[in-house]
Design a protein around this ligand. Structure first.
Ligand code: GLU
Length: 297
């Protein structure tokens, strides 16, 4: 079995990522799975090389050792860094195109937003360009979502049901500037790397059915999913790299030890009652204990 640690390159890692690492390495250990490291820098406008260097330094410093994938910023090009994989994504897109499963869309985000009912959450594309026969190059490339519900059994949250057609409509695989989207790059990579266990934060739960539709359309096995809780700030909002939550790099420079950081992540995640230092080896065992699994319902 194989899972992955696949951070986006949108900022420095923070405590939320450390809790995520504990889940990834902990659940992998419990299931006898390997951990692959992949750099998700599909969003070229936000990716910065210093973020990538910091990821490898942080993993090593904390003691999380991936079993395969990319292990350093000097590995160039790499099949485990999304910005190096454009030709591969293009080939997968061609497969979908030959089967008539994608189309070009000229609608701007503003036009789509104007179409939405008041108070709608995620933008849902109504399919305006579905039958226009527009070229893919120079336009947003959209996937023809399947109708109806997609159900899956989440190892942490139990049975889940989502309807991509109603959530987001025909979602985008590549934008008009030619930049690949998270949904597409992530599924292409999980297929190519043979990932069969996806462990990630529940903030991405909403993406899972649309990703499953891509796996099924590409006739690839659908992985098992485990969506874990997140660390939230005082106001109940998830920590975000974009909100400049204190980074591990900053905490380290301020003199914190790896054990203190691990302890802080476990404490913030509700695993231990007090903020005491812990080694990675002890922490990953703790995360596996059934009594610490999320109290459902
Ligand atoms: N790259 C995503 C993130 O850092 C995770 C993607 C995934 O696990 O599917 O939030």
């Amino acid at each position: 079995m194989l899972t992955r640690f696949a951070p986006s390159l949108t900022g420095y890692l923070h405590l939320g990522h450390v809790l995520h690492m504990l889940y990834v390495w902990g659940i992998a250990q419990k299931k006898g799975a390997g951990v692959l490291c992949r750099i998700e820098d599909h969003d070229l406008s936000r990716a910065r090389p210093e973020y990538e260097t910091a990821i490898f330094q942080t993993l090593e410093w904390l003691g999380f050792i991936p079993d395969l994938g990319i292990s350093g910023a000097d590995e160039k090009p790499s099949d485990f860094r999304q910005s190096d994989c454009s030709a591969y994504y293009e080939s997968v897109l061609q497969t979908l195109e030959q089967r008539g499963l994608v189309y070009g869309c000229e609608c701007s985000r503003k036009q789509i937003a104007a179409d939405q009912p008041v108070g709608a959450g995620e933008l849902c594309y109504s399919g305006t360009c579905r039958d226009k026969g527009l070229p893919l190059v120079g336009n947003t490339v959209r996937f023809r979502t399947l109708e109806g519900e997609t159900a899956f059994l989440d190892l942490e949250l139990g049975e889940q049901r989502q309807i991509p057609r109603n959530q987001c409509g025909d979602f985008s695989l590549r934008d008009r500037q030619g930049q690949w989207t998270y949904q597409f790059a992530c599924v292409c990579d999980d297929i190519r790397h043979g990932v069969d266990l996806v462990i990630r934060g529940e903030d991405i739960l909403f993406s899972t059915a649309r990703q499953i539709q891509l796996f099924q359309t590409l006739e690839a096995p659908v992985p098992q999913y485990f969506h874990h809780p997140l660390i939230t700030d005082g106001a109940g909002k998830k920590l975000s790299k974009r909100q400049r939550s204190e980074s591990i790099t900053q905490l380290r420079e301020a003199g914190a030890s790896p054990e203190e950081i691990i302890g802080q992540a476990l404490f913030s995640g509700g695993f231990i009652p007090e903020c005491t230092g812990l080694t990675v080896n002890k922490a990953v065992v703790l995360v596996q204990q059934p009594e610490f699994c999320r109290k459902r319902g």
